[in-house]
Design a protein around this ligand. Structure first.
Ligand SMILES: [Ca+2]
Ligand SMILES: [Ca+2]
Length: 197
């Protein structure tokens, strides 16, 4: 049997390491988020410092290509929010999209406007024993209006508090990140808001 040639191995390695990238097309209208507010006492960091190849399930754009956790089976879009944490705690990502449409909405994890929330971790099928929750809107026509992104500690499940949660957000060509610390009682919810005009 003929062994694989060098170019075919290279092609395979490239396809495997890079995975699907963001849509190449241009949005129908620009994604310029305004009135971006960080949780009280938290700084949203916008400057990206490349640290090497993309690492999976850390909610960080490690390679600074504007996409968070790409090639890891994490869905992405022009709007994407990801949280990652390393404890047994139950933390939820809750997003209110324009018009007050909120995810999760009961068992519903997609809006009619093309936004989606991935598996509820830990525990749900698809979590792959990684504590990651991911929200994204597909398509190029994003819902316009006011967004509220909340990161909520539901149950520490015996973990030490505060529970450290990494937040990453993609707003078109901008990425933002923050290290959040959620307390069990008085500070269990962090809120990020912005407008998409
Ligand atoms: Ca990346
Ligand atoms: Ca990453």
């Amino acid at each position: 049997m003929k062994s694989p040639s060098f170019p075919s191995l290279l092609t395979f390695a490239f396809a495997f390491s890079c995975g699907p990238l963001s849509p190449a097309a241009t949005p129908h209208s620009a994604v310029n988020a305004t009135n971006l507010t960080a949780p009280v006492g938290t700084t949203l960091v916008e400057a990206c410092t490349p640290t090497g190849p993309e690492l999976c399930f850390n909610a960080i754009d490690d390679n600074c290509n504007g996409v968070i956790d790409e090639g890891c089976g994490v869905q992405t879009g022009l709007l994407q929010f990801t949280i990652a944490w390393a404890s047994a705690a139950d933390v939820n990502l809750v997003v209110t999209t324009p018009g007050g449409v909120r995810l999760p909405n009961g068992h519903e994890r997609s809006t009619p406007t093309g936004c989606h929330l991935g598996p509820d971790c830990p525990g749900e099928d698809g979590c792959q024993e990684q504590n990651v929750e991911n929200f994204y809107c597909d398509g190029l026509d994003l819902p316009r209006g006011h967004y509220i992104v909340e990161i909520v500690l539901v149950d520490a499940h015996g973990s030490d508090t505060p529970v450290a949660v990494r937040f990453g957000g993609r707003l078109g060509s901008r990425t933002v990140g923050a290290d959040l610390h959620l307390e069990a009682e008085h500070d269990s919810r962090k809120k990020i808001e912005f407008d998409l005009p």
